[in-house]
Ligand binder design. Sequence first.
Ligand SMILES: [Zn+2]
Length: 489
Amino acid sequence: MDPVSAPDRAVGAVPSAAGESAGVLTATGHPLQRAGAWAVAVMAGRSEPELVTAADLDGVVEAVVADAVAAAVAGKDAARYAWWKVLYALYPNSKVTHAKRPKDAAVLTAGMTELFVPDDAEGERWPCALCGAVASVVWAKSTLPMFDTNKALNTLPPGVSGWPVCRGCRVAMWALPYGAWVTAGSATVLSCVQRQAEREFAEHNVQRAKRMMHAGASGMAADASPELVVVRALRALGPGLAATTLWSFKNDNQEPWVRVTRTRRAVPVFLASVSGNAPLRRGWQLLAHHLKREDADGQVTAYGAAEAARLLFEAEDGRSRSLLRQVYELLWETERWTAEDRAALTRLAFVYEKEVHGVEPDLSKVATLIADWIEHGSSSPRGQLAEYRKAALNGYRLGELLLEASFRLKLDGRPVAIVPEEWRLVVQQRSRAWEQRVLLAAEVLRLLQDRGVEVGKQPDDPAERELTEQRVQQPILAPEDHDFHFGAA
Ligand SMILES: [Zn+2]
């Protein structure tokens, strides 16, 4: 992350300062500084980072230093040690995390407090690398996560031995672990055009940090994730447009990494639809229910709500599971679903494509052709279905199958209401054609089930049915246990 690419002082829309010394902090476009700035605002009880005063900064510094020092002197078995691991992951070479740090709290406190001294009114000063305000202090990698020293040789301001950072930004960069979703080795921060969502993410994480310091890593339950917290905040926004980006990073001495995932702008619209519509809620809950995973000892290894929320995020490198793909795979479990469940999952897939990707194909005719062919083809419906499944996502093979189906049905004297021109969009290799093929399969399976075509046994385990029914009646995105997971890196 290049610190100089991000200054964003365009804060004209921010409410005017509440006190004389407000304006000592700006939430910039740098995602780490921004998460820290929101944490400072939350910790200071201010609605916006720009309303934080110099006195507020003093209070936050006191808390940040006290927590860091308590963590630095804690034994490895103490609850507070979890916070030390968090700090170590972010600032591995700092005074409080160094392996040779003094175990004297007073010495550590003095050393830490020094980091946050006010900027000199006189003497040498530079524009802050993050926000552009006047800065008299120069920082480097040991206090600034993700700032690379080697790279800095080329990008540092001329004649300066590090990054000039103003007091507001220095405090923000150390309030970062309170505003980020932290694990023992990584941190995740949020950027969203809706400030309210950023604030909610920070509020949740400040609470989570307090809990972690109090209860330790082993006191954290495992049913939440940063994605789930973001998706809840997006749902709370209502049906507007708001893209989000989650930046996860590890500030390791050897191998630092950054991973970026995004939600599309219309995800809040989709969430509002799901919340307000019973069949869609059912579809969502079925999806979440079937994403839950347990290990051999019955310990939950993946929580449904968190897993479902993650499907709304797309990785920058393209290596993420999609909601559509997940629903597709579930729908092929033909022995699992009642007609109502199948209809709900199918509806969920169609509405997701319509609202998030703007894809709204009319597939009824082509789905009818395939369903007719499966029902009345030359071998058993099960055999025909297996053949369709092999071709379902491949444009070329699906094209061949459709031609064969059309020919076969006509030969048998059955009506065929569609010509090849009308299925061209589904079989071609263009973008979003794959999504259409997924939706088509969902629709074919739904039609077959509606017609009572025997393609699989219906679910007949009443206990399992009852459990599923209880789960799908819960409100969407509700916590299953509680929310403060301290996961692995
Ligand atoms: Zn600054």
